[in-house]
Every structure is written in structure tokens, then in C-alpha cells.
Design a protein around this ligand. Structure first.
Ligand code: GCB
Length: 866
């Protein structure tokens, strides 16, 4: 136990006394009870975190409200505090904020993901209520990054607002909303480790004496180092004081496996010893390097970085997510066995970085300069300020090892068909200029960190040389999704490594969209099946771990997230998550756990995403078992299927399920796992024992419709005694890719049923036995562009006259709908259902009699009534 000096003891005592009298610095969260309005006329009471886009970014209408939102709140300030200095701290407001106090403008801040402080002392009235008004704007602004990106820019005050009250001498609140100190390490090794701290102190008075006391405690709370400094603070200035601690011998190093943290405590007191301000920070002794041949090293040891990207939004909350829910993400990521998080594409809540310190997760953090830049002085200035704020606010977390500043910055340029070559060259030059500035700034502000940037699949990152600016370059690669095939990944990386042997590489993004309602035996590119997700991730993992030069990989994305313009299987949501938007894990989450987490024996039977499974008689379905053990024994419904070797974390086995509940049991010598899967097995041919039967026309995959509790099975060519199309073809479907209809289908949430369809089918046959049937038919017009009616009023006239196709719909001889013209009848991509009750002696024949164009149909559901 180190010796505690009398002086220290008295300071500690005074700290307690001071806090009783609340005389030193205080920060109070003032999230509760704000008034919010869109128009300054109608007000409603809201609490922070708040966004006005939590609903409209997900409804059927195109677009979400981007513009102004107004907030106000009253705070009482007592004259007892008239010697204090007051600040408001906004931890994040998206994206431009103007703050008024009692009607006077206090500040304007640009950028939606970093914190800012505003000093308000001179604007306050004492012994009175003071009005805080905050004007927030999330409209597109050419001078504020991000200009464009694949995520929703929810407007609002979505992180804590704090009222800070401090004595006239305090840890600086003027340094880009940093904590007022900056922790650096020197000579860190297994034998020793040094800490240097730059402390910034604001003095709001004439020359004053003060005292600075810094101590380092170990994780058990023992003081291992302390430093005192007497200070003379210059009149009305911010000054930096440097404190260097003597090295600590045999330090405990920080790493994902052993995230040992020391604590730094800082106390500022006046010349009489009364405490003015206190701060603290985690300390973690670690050093990180990258090597273009050998990958990533932490504390001199190689570590393959394997983890995820994370976006901050959450189902039903937009970006205004309670911090406790957000923290659960970090726990889920850790429990999966990941050792790295890329907080994409902007800084997330600081509390999460602190949690990464504590749990042992390495962090890549970046600012949102995404897809393109603007060639303007203001854009450059805002970007620079943003990176200053970012680094200053996130610097002290030992988990942060990588600072980034750009993502896929040439994406828009690559798709730009309008600009001339000269304009494109000019934009490249501008982008490079900004990248250079930010790289220099990052290296200057964060000399012990690794600088990073991510690019998309395009030669422009090599040609311009931008990929060689950062110390580590991340490729966002979607082979087997947007580009090429899954196996192309390794070839591409090998070529890059050969061409640029001095460049360190990370696979900073990869992954397919996956919807837990979609499953198939024959996974295809772009089908959104969880089976394709498993296939791609499992292969990518192998391809990266086989290559020592790769520093690692971060999956895109930890969770599904909001991207308003998208029309994936769930519209407005990017579904590449390992967990769903509400954080329910998809099966793939557990596969990662099986290859990454070897702490405890683990088994997962991957049937979570097979809810409502329907199988046809004698059909086998491939089931995956995930485990971190070498061998597992598998049994189905009490029958032992044998012992299986686990390779790459997985055993795939074709299972034959019976109708009703099936029990799968997987065991090793030490553990076992049992799951029940409910299967609706339809006896093929003659439709024996069937009550309801759904077909996903034009699709090779099953779609489970939760609302109707039925699985629509894949389509097939007609087989006698059974069902299928007699002619026509699957719309947008190629041999290995489903291009279907990547759109939001209005009027339904069963997109995967409508997005795949049969075109040109005039006859469809179901050989059902005699009976009375309710038949539901599903249609959508595939060739109306989803947005054309909304923005272009002149289109409305042309739409009314447009005819894509006209057809009559018959079942057996009953005319169900005459002259169905979807383009004319419905202004947009509406999901349309027709229903009929048909009595038949044998079979149902659906006829789509073309009058003009090729008929289309998306789905059939039949129900036996008696
Ligand atoms: C990317 C982007 C990311 C997108 C992702 C996707 O490369 O960096 O922001 O969300 O692709 O899903 O397309």
C-alpha cells in the first residue's frame, strides 16, 4: 500500500466537504421536459434524446422531413451562483444548431455527431427563469459532411444536454469540448510505462494561484503515482500545464483478453485547498502497430482484428436511443467474441467508448466525410473542426487505436455520369487536398494512433494515391453481393498486396443483406436469405484468416439500420446486420461466436431464422450447427445421426423433418443443446392433409409471412398432381442473382412476396382435390419507378395514360378481375391482393389472359374451407 501523505489526505477530505456544499464544478443533465415544435406554433413536450424522424423515415411515403426543428426549455438560476461560470454542453445534435439564451444568440454549431460547449454566463438572469431556445436544422447542406450516405440523417437533439456550472478556474471547456486534458503514454513496454498529461485550465479572473493534483490508481484502487503542481494562472487565459509521471514498473498491459485499466484522477484546487474542479479518465497501457506483411500487433503480439461496424440507430427510436440500450450492443459485440468495433461512419456516444475500454474492444472511430466532398472553404473548415472535436473528445479512451476521417470518398464520383473529365479531375484534386489536411491534422493531434480511411472497389483510390495516405487502408468489399462472386475476395486482396506491398490493409466492410423471414436450400446473390448470409460470412472469414498480411475484418454491419431511400426486403432498412434492427440475433451472430469465442464450450443450432418453416413431403433441409468444439454428436427426434467434425465453426447437415415439432439435440462430452423446430410438412401430390398453402411466385426462396403465419414456398414449373407455372419466367432473376424488385412496395409489409414475380405466365395450375377454396392472388406492377409520382407532377398525366400490361384474371372459369391494369389503377408500387372463393371438383387453374403486354403475378395463397 503506498504511503498516503498528509497533504493528499487533507485534499481528499476537502473534496468530500466541497462536494457536500456543491461549491466545485457541477454538470447536470437537463434532458427532461423540453418543448419541441416544427413550426413554432404547435408545441409538444419531449425528452432528450429526441428525433423528429423516428417514424417518417420508415413510413410508406418517400423521403423524411429534413429541415428545421425548434426546442425550448426554461432553467432557473439562483444569484447564489453569480460567481460561477455557466456552460451548456450539447453531446450531439443533428446537424446544424443555433442556441439562443433569453432571445440572444449564443452559438452556432455545424456537424451532427460531435459535442460542443457554449458559455452562457453573461446571457443569464439570476434569481429568474432563463429561456434556452435551440434551432436545429437537418436539411441538406453542401458545407456540412456527410453530404450523402447510406444511412438516415435523423434530425434532433439526440444525445444528452448538460448544464455545467464551474468556479472561475476549471479544466478547460473551450478546447473543442474535450475533457480539458489529454493523456499520452511514453516508453510503454512489458517492463515499464510512463504517462504524460497535458492539462488545460481556464481562468476567468485576474492572476490567481492554484494547485493541481494528479494521481494514478490501479484497478484495485491503490495509488501508484501522484504529482502535485503549484500553479500561477495568468489573468483571463487558457493555459496548458504538462505533468509527467515517473514510469511505472511492471505495468499491467491492456488488451482485449485482459482489459486492465488504471485510473487517472485530476483535482484542481485553489490556494487554500478548496476543490474547484475534478476529472477522471481510464488509463490503459498498450501500444498498437500495423505491418503490411504481418498484420496488426498489440503490445508487440499479432492479433487478427475481427469484429463489426456499428451504426447508432435502433428500431423505433431512430438515432435517439437510450444509452442503456446502446450499451447492450457493446456487450452483445463482446459476447460474440469480437475484438474490434468500427464506429461508422461518425463518432458514437462517448459512454460506449468507455465501455470498450472496460470490456476490452479495440476501436476504429471516424468522422462522417462520406461519398463526396464539396470544394468550398467552409466545407474544409467544418471538416477540420469536426476532426479536432472528434480527436479531442475521444483521445483519452485507451480502446481507441484508430482515427479515421473518410469513407468511400470517391463513391459519387465513380457513379457520376454528368460531370466532364476535367470536372472529375478537379474533384479528385480537391478530395486529395482535404485528405492530406486531415491526415496531417490526425497525425499531429493523435501521434500514437493509427490513421485510417476506407474505400470502395475502385481503382481511383490507387490511382490518386489517396490509399497511401493513412497508415492503414480499409477496403469495403462486397464480392458476392454488389460485385463478382464470394471467392473473388481473396484474389482481389492478393493482387492489391502484391501491387502495394507497403500498404497495410483491413477489410473494413463486407456482408450481404439478410432477412430472417427468407430461407432457402439454394442461396443466391441478392436473395436476402439468411442462408446466403451464412455462406458469405463463413467464406470471407476463411479467406481473411488464411492471409497473414490482412490486419483483420469488420463486418457490415453489427445491426440492421435505417437508410430511408432503401427498398430492401424491409424497406428503409439496410439489412446487412448480424442482428436485427431490434437487436434480436440472426443465426450468423452465433456462428461468429463459435469461431471467435473459445472461452467456454458453445453450441448453437441455427434454426432461429427458420420460423414457420414449411417443407414439402420428403424434402430435406440443410441445417447448420455452430460450435467452438471439434466434434459434435447430433440427433433428430431421438434418432442418433452420428458424430460430426466441426470445420470453420460449422457442421451442415441435411435433415428430414416430420410434420409438427421436431427436436434437434447436439452434444459434446461437456455440453449439449436442444431445440425444437416446428415444421409444417405438406404432403406433396394430391395436396393431402393441407389447410393452407402459399407460393412465392418467381422466387427460389421461402418467405415466412408473420402476419398471416404462413410460409410461401418457392415456385416451380408445373408437376402433374402438384403445382407450378405452365409458362412465363421469374422477373429479374438470373442464374445466380436475384435482381427482383429492389423497392418499397406500398400497402404491405410482405415485400419479399411481391418483390419476386412471374412475368408472362398465362397459366398456373394447382392440382388440389375436390373442395371449396379461398384463393388470394398477389400482384404488383414492376415497372413504375417508385418515386416518379411524388416529385414530378407532370408525370401524373402521363401515368394515367400509361399502360404496362392489361390482363383478365380467371380461376377455373370464374372471372376474378377484368382488364387488370396495375399501372393505371395504382399510382405507385402498390401491393395488390385479389380474393375469391372457388368450388372445384378437381384442381385450380389460374389464367391470366393477356390483352396487352405480359401479365405478372407475385404470389398465391389457397385455403381449404371445407
Ligand atoms: C458501403 C458503405 C456503407 C453502406 C454499405 C452498403 O460500402 O460504406 O455506408 O451502408 O456499403 O450496405 O451498401
Amino acid at each position: 500500500m503506498p504511503h498516503i501523505k498528509y497533504k493528499t489526505f487533507s485534499l481528499v477530505l476537502m473534496a468530500c466537504v466541497a462536494s457536500l456544499f456543491l461549491s466545485h464544478a457541477q454538470s447536470k443533465i437537463i434532458n427532461s421536459g423540453w418543448q419541441y415544435s416544427e413550426d413554432k406554433i404547435h408545441w409538444q413536450t419531449v425528452n432528450i434524446p429526441h428525433t423528429w424522424n423516428d417514424k417518417d423515415a420508415f413510413d410508406d411515403e418517400s423521403g423524411y422531413r429534413r429541415g428545421l426543428g425548434y426546442y425550448k426549455k426554461q432553467i432557473y438560476v439562483s444569484s447564489q451562483d453569480k460567481d460561477q461560470i455557466f456552460y451548456l454542453k450539447f453531446n450531439a445534435v443533428n446537424q446544424e444548431t443555433t442556441v439562443f439564451i433569453n432571445g440572444k444568440k449564443a452559438t452556432n454549431h455545424k456537424g451532427g455527431y460531435t459535442a460542443f460547449n457554449v458559455e452562457i454566463t453573461s446571457l443569464l438572469n439570476f434569481d429568474a427563469y432563463n429561456l434556452i431556445e435551440v434551432e436545429v436544422d437537418n436539411a441538406h447542406n453542401d458545407n456540412i459532411p456527410p453530404l450523402d450516405a447510406d444511412f438516415t440523417f435523423y434530425g434532433g437533439i439526440y444525445r444528452n444536454v448538460e448544464l455545467i456550472k464551474v468556479p472561475k478556474q476549471h479544466f478547460s471547456l473551450k478546447d473543442f469540448a474535450s475533457d480539458g486534458f489529454n493523456v499520452n503514454y511514453y516508453n510503454v513496454s512489458n517492463d515499464k510505462a510512463g504517462v504524460k498529461v497535458d492539462v488545460l485550465i481556464d481562468n476567468f479572473e485576474t492572476k490567481t494561484d492554484a494547485h493541481l493534483y494528479l494521481e494514478i490508481l490501479d484497478a484495485e484502487g491503490n495509488r501508484v503515482r501522484e504529482e502535485h503542481q503549484g500553479l500561477t494562472l495568468k489573468s483571463n487565459k487558457t493555459e496548458t500545464f504538462k505533468v509527467t509521471f515517473p514510469e511505472i514498473k511492471n505495468p499491467k498491459l491492456w488488451s482485449p483478453d485482459n482489459p486492465y485499466l488504471y485510473k487517472l484522477q485530476l483535482t484542481l484546487s485553489d490556494k487554500n485547498g478548496t476543490i474547484l474542479d475534478q476529472k477522471q479518465s481510464n488509463l490503459g497501457f498498450r501500444w498498437a502497430t500495423v505491418d503490411p506483411e504481418k498484420g496488426f500487433f498489440l503490445n508487440g503480439k499479432p492479433i487478427k482484428l475481427i469484429g463489426v461496424n456499428r451504426h447508432q440507430d435502433y428500431k423505433d427510436y431512430g438515432n435517439a436511443v437510450p444509452i442503456e440500450l446502446q450499451k447492450q450492443d457493446i456487450h452483445l459485440i463482446k459476447n460474440m467474441g469480437a475484438n474490434v468495433i468500427r464506429f461508422a461512419h461518425y463518432p458514437h456516444s462517448r459512454e460506449l467508448y468507455k465501455l470498450c475500454d472496460e470490456l476490452g474492444i479495440l476501436v476504429w472511430t471516424e468522422i462522417p466525410i462520406v461519398n463526396k466532398v464539396t470544394d468550398s472553404e467552409t466545407f474544409f473548415e467544418v471538416s477540420n473542426t469536426m476532426q479536432n472535436e472528434h480527436i479531442k473528445q475521444y483521445y483519452n479512451y485507451p480502446s481507441v487505436v484508430m482515427f479515421g476521417y473518410m469513407n468511400e470518398i470517391f463513391l459519387r464520383l465513380a457513379f457520376d455520369k454528368k460531370s466532364s473529365d476535367k470536372e472529375k479531375e478537379a474533384l479528385k484534386t480537391t478530395t486529395l487536398k482535404l485528405a492530406n489536411q486531415l491526415e496531417d491534422l490526425t497525425r499531429k493531434l493523435a501521434p500514437n494512433h493509427i490513421t485510417v480511411m476506407a474505400g470502395h472497389l475502385n481503382e481511383v483510390y490507387n490511382d490518386t494515391g489517396i490509399a497511401d495516405l493513412p497508415m492503414l487502408f480499409g477496403w469495403n468489399l462486397y464480392f458476392g453481393w454488389y460485385d463478382g462472386q464470394i471467392e473473388d475476395l481473396g484474389k482481389f486482396l492478393d493482387q492489391q498486396h502484391q501491387r502495394y506491398p507497403k500498404r497495410s490493409l483491413l477489410l473494413s466492410e463486407y456482408g450481404p443483406g439478410a432477412d430472417v423471414r427468407i430461407f432457402t436450400k439454394t442461396p443466391k446473390k441478392f436473395d436476402f436469405s439468411t442462408n446466403y448470409q451464412a455462406k458469405l460470412h463463413q467464406s470471407y472469414y476463411k479467406q481473411i484468416t488464411d492471409r497473414p498480411f490482412m490486419t483483420g475484418m469488420t463486418a457490415w454491419n453489427f445491426a440492421d439500420f435505417g437508410s430511408e431511400f432503401r427498398g430492401d426486403a424491409i424497406p428503409h432498412v439496410n439489412q446487412k446486420g448480424l442482428v436485427q434492427y431490434d437487436r434480436t440475433p440472426k443465426d450468423i451472430y452465433y456462428w461468429y461466436k463459435s469461431v471467435l469465442d473459445d472461452k467456454k464450450p458453445f453450441i448453437h443450432i441455427a434454426t432461429d431464422d427458420l420460423e414457420g418453416m414449411t417443407l414439402i413431403e420428403e424434402e430435406l433441409f440443410p441445417i447448420q450447427i455452430y460450435s467452438n468444439q471439434n466434434d459434435v454428436n447430433i440427433s433428430l427426434n431421438g434418432q442418433n445421426l452420428g458424430d460430426f467434425k466441426v470445420e470453420n465453426g460449422v457442421v451442415s447437415i441435411d435433415m428430414s423433418f416430420k410434420n409438427g415439432n421436431n427436436s434437434i439435440r447436439v452434444s459434446t462430452e461437456t455440453i449439449s443443446e436442444e431445440k425444437t423446430i416446428k415444421v409444417n410438412r405438406i404432403e406433396a401430390y394430391d395436396f393431402k392433409n393441407f389447410k393452407r398453402f402459399g407460393i412465392n411466385l418467381g422466387a427460389h426462396f421461402n418467405f415466412y409471412d408473420k402476419t398471416q403465419n404462413i410460409t410461401f414456398v418457392p415456385d416451380q414449373a408445373y408437376k402433374k398432381g402438384w403445382f407450378g407455372y405452365k409458362n412465363g419466367s421469374a422477373f429479374g432473376m438470373t442464374k445466380d442473382k436475384n435482381q427482383g424488385l429492389p423497392h418499397n412496395i406500398k400497402n404491405t409489409d410482405a415485400e419479399p412476396l411481391f418483390q419476386t414475380l412471374l412475368e408472362g405466365c398465362t397459366e398456373y395450375q394447382l392440382d388440389v382435390p375436390e373442395g371449396n377454396y379461398k384463393v388470394k392472388l398477389y400482384f404488383v406492377e414492376p415497372q413504375i419507378k417508385p418515386t416518379e409520382n411524388i416529385y414530378n407532377l407532370s408525370e401524373v398525366t402521363s401515368r394515367n395514360t400509361r399502360t404496362q400490361r392489361i390482363f383478365d384474371v380467371y380461376i377455373n372459369d370464374t372471372l376474378i378481375e377484368e382488364q387488370l391494369n396495375l399501372a393505371q389503377a395504382y399510382p405507385e408500387k402498390y401491393g395488390i391482393t385479389l380474393q375469391a372463393t372457388i368450388q372445384t371438383k378437381k384442381g385450380l387453374t389460374l389464367k391470366l389472359n393477356a390483352i396487352e403486354g405480359l401479365p405478372v403475378i407475385s404470389g398465391i395463397l389457397i385455403e381449404k374451407l371445407d
